[in-house]
Design a protein around this ligand. Structure first.
Ligand SMILES: *Cc1c(COP(=O)(O)O)cnc(C)c1O
Length: 372
């Protein structure tokens, strides 16, 4: 799905040198590159604080711990998302409340949020799924009206810009109280292992994020509350510091691929291309088509037979997973249920050439033309 090898080859001298420096220094934990990368990322995002941690799931969990959410509190999430979003909520004994998404953009349907709010609701977690921002203007308005926290899950959309109706632009993850992201290798800004970070403009929250991710301590061996151990390795930070400089160019390369696919598929009666929202740029973490009137799994099989690794994000709705099953949702999340049946994500990466794109799109079209 992603060609990380070619991407690495292009910057290998610089990366190898940076990793080597960390090894020679032996400062594997909290070495200088960790703070340097956090500062560089804060500058890139135009946010006051970046707090690195071990992975994106931890970032979400620590964010919720920092906001003092308590067992029984309800947290609103989109029903169509990666499991991590719901997982940390359940783990903290909070209650995930699922809201359906928009059928064409895959993003939480903000018109359905208010109906899901109860006196127990404490937070909303918009997920900027596949690389573009949920409607943060509407979400922030609702959050303000009902006094709710907003934690942005920006694991798939780092670098995307949201534009408010007054023209103000802000980076994904810097609009709510906290943004939580992942540096998993295949994410748009990926390291060479696991990594994550939280962003916030609130200095008080930033202090809590740091304290909780460091065993609940501010002064060594003094633990004010129960925390976790969640750090970004120095080697990962050194890699990320270099890759951050290329993030905009990586997003451009992904957009070129998406534009190519759009052109190839936009007029086909059996395919729905991913719709782009007006108030956000798209960084195309995934390029996700919808199969109309044919079996998505047959297309996936045909592509696999031709060495094209298409993927299904996500095949089972959260509310149909054993761990998150809840009868109340049956029939109430029709868009999510339908998307799980018809979505298919094509390979997209920073390193694709015309030949690969022609090969992939002609195979998709071959298959779909046989279904017309
Ligand atoms: C990848 C991802 C996460 C989790 O990140 P990890 O680093 O794998 O823990 C959370 N939310 C979304 C939407 C993701 O895509």
């Amino acid at each position: 799905m992603v060609d990380l090898q070619t991407q690495y080859q292009k910057i290998s001298t610089e990366i190898d040198q940076a990793i080597h420096e960390v090894i020679v220094s032996t400062k594997f934990i909290n070495g200088p590159a960790v703070k340097e990368f956090a500062d560089d990322l804060a500058a890139y995002l135009n946010v006051k604080n970046v707090v690195p941690c071990a992975n994106g799931t931890d970032a979400l969990q620590i964010a919720m711990m920092a906001l003092n959410l308590l067992p029984g509190d309800e947290v609103i999430i989109p029903a169509f998302t990666y499991v991590a979003t719901a997982e940390v909520i359940a783990l903290l004994k909070l209650t995930p409340v699922m809201v359906d998404v928009d059928a064409e953009t895959f993003l939480i349907d903000t018109n359905k949020i208010e109906k899901a709010i109860t006196p127990k609701t404490k937070a909303i977690v918009p997920v900027h799924l596949f690389g573009q921002c949920a409607n943060m203007e509407h979400i922030m308005k609702i959050a303000q009206q009902y006094h709710l926290f907003v934690i942005e899950d920006v694991a798939q959309a780092i670098g995307a810009d949201f534009t408010f109706s007054d023209g103000r632009k802000m980076k994904a993850g810097t609009i709510g109280n906290i943004g939580a992201t992942s540096f998993f290798p295949s994410k748009n800004l990926g390291c060479f292992g696991d990594g994550g970070a939280m962003f916030t403009n609130d200095d008080v929250i930033a202090k809590r994020l740091k304290m909780i991710s460091n065993h609940g301590q501010t002064i060594q061996y003094q633990h004010d509350e129960v925390g976790v151990n969640s750090r970004l390795d120095t080697i990962q930070a050194a890699v990320l510091k270099i890759k951050l400089k290329h993030l905009n160019e990586y997003a451009e390369a992904r957009n070129k691929v998406a534009n190519f696919y759009d052109n190839a598929f936009q007029n086909h009666p059996n395919l729905l291309i991913p719709q782009r929202v007006k108030n956000s740029t798209h960084v195309f973490h995934q390029y996700t088509l919808q199969a109309i009137n044919f079996d998505r799994d047959e297309l996936r099989k045909y592509l696999a037979e031709n060495d094209i690794p298409a993927m299904v994000y996500y095949p089972i709705p959260l509310h149909h997973q054993k761990a998150y099953a809840d009868k109340r949702y049956d029939g109430n999340l029709p868009i999510t249920e339908n998307l799980c049946k018809c979505v298919i994500s094509l390979p997209i990466s920073t390193e694709m050439d015309e030949e690969q794109l022609n090969y992939i799109s002609s195979h998709v079209l071959n298959f779909c033309n046989s279904k017309k």
